[in-house]
Design a protein. Sequence first.
Length: 90
Amino acid sequence: MNKNMLAIILASGALTLSGTALAGDAAAGATKAEACLECHEPAEDFEGMTVDELTASMKSIVSGQMKHKKKVTLSDADIADIAAYFATAK
Ligand code: HEC
């Protein structure tokens, strides 16, 4: 293996890791979203919504800007994880 190839592999590895941290953890989100599934069927209720849209919706729910049937308290990390889960639960 030449030096350039090694550099490329290392660089792409670093990108993957930082991407995961930013995007939220769908597996953790599945656990955190258990209380939401009582009312929500993610594949139906959030169909077609992107991670960004889900994040924005949850932030406005938590801040009280958007009316929601149940008061929910979620940290930014919870929101990122749940958004990742809802966006993949199709
Ligand atoms: C007691 C029932 C209930 C529970 C529990 C519940 N929700 Fe909801 N949620 C609703 C209802 C009802 C709506 C409004 C649906 C509508 O009128 O379109 C809603 C709407 C939403 C929306 C807005 C979707 C959009 O179109 O923008 C999001 C996001 C959401 N809920 C996330 C959550 C999350 C995350 C949890 C768990 C922390 C949760 N909900 C728990 C009843 C619930």
